[in-house]
Design a protein around this ligand. Structure first.
Ligand code: FPP
Length: 242
């Protein structure tokens, strides 16, 4: 039997919390709390399986358009989650990063993020990226600005602008490429998630709402990934899954 390849980098769009709550006549915030429980399960399963990087879309730059009450419930949930989980992340050798423009968050949340990243920075296990106030277009723009500055300062010329140079400013550029993107909740779109990073990723969509996503379904996504032939623009690269 062929050996199963574990994707090195899995990115997840965790959609469906609101509908999960609505099906139960509950507030959307209840769905987000249930979503956090699913996050815990998937983080620990990914670490057990040997996934190197897990990137979760927790709050997009567009999510500020949601009703005040929901935004505020999500902010409280992030604070709660950081408080509650940080020790367990540290204990389980998980390195936490927040990707996105955190300057829009409260000072309390920003400080908690900085402390949590510091506390886990030397961990060598799973790298957990939480995308918060993140947008794929924002990511490309902020990298382009860094390069523009280098040109303005005379450090490089316009001809020096290459994919590689632009990549250096993109979030998570130092981590393995995203192998697999999972989206729950039955929508088939990317919603401004990691646009640059997913150029050659495989996609797995499921109708299951995020709070119901579990270990078995995560395994199913990995098995589907294993059945795909990845060619990276070429014709056939033998054993190219990882
Ligand atoms: C999308 O579902 C989900 C979000 C915008 C928030 C995701 C947050 C969590 C899973 C909990 C916190 C996570 C961490 C890492 C602290 P939706 O609200 O768009 O659902 P809908 O499409 O059914 O309305």
């Amino acid at each position: 039997m062929q050996q199963r390849h574990i994707p090195r980098h899995v990115a997840i769009i965790m959609d469906g919390n609101g509908r999960w709550a609505k099906q139960r006549n509950q507030l959307r915030a209840v769905g987000h709390r249930a979503g956090l429980k699913a996050v815990r399960k998937i983080v620990s399963h990914a670490a057990e399986l040997g996934v190197k990087v897990l990137t979760l879309y927790a709050f997009s730059s567009e999510n500020w358009k949601r009703p005040e009450t929901e935004v505020s419930a999500l902010m409280s949930l992030f604070i709660y989650a950081l408080n509650r989980e940080i020790k367990s992340l540290a204990k389980n050798n998980i390195q936490l990063h927040i990707i996105g423009d955190i300057s829009k968050f409260s000072h309390q949340l920003q400080n908690m993020i900085i402390n949590a990243e510091k506390l886990t920075q030397n961990n060598t296990g799973l790298v957990l990226n939480i995308a918060a106030n993140y947008g794929g277009r924002w990511d490309i723009v902020q990298s382009a600005k860094k390069v523009a500055l280098q040109v303005l300062q005379g450090d490089i010329t316009v001809d020096d602008i290459t994919e590689e140079r632009l990549s250096l400013g993109i979030c998570a550029h130092d981590l393995p490429e995203v192998d697999l993107v999972i989206r729950t909740g039955g929508e088939y779109r990317i919603s401004n998630f990691l646009l640059w990073q997913i150029a050659y990723s495989e996609f797995y969509f499921t109708d299951v709402l995020w709070p119901d996503f579990n270990r078995t379904l995560f395994e199913e996504a990995i098995n589907t990934f294993n059945a795909r032939e990845r060619r990276f623009g070429s014709v056939n690269v033998e054993g190219s899954l990882c």
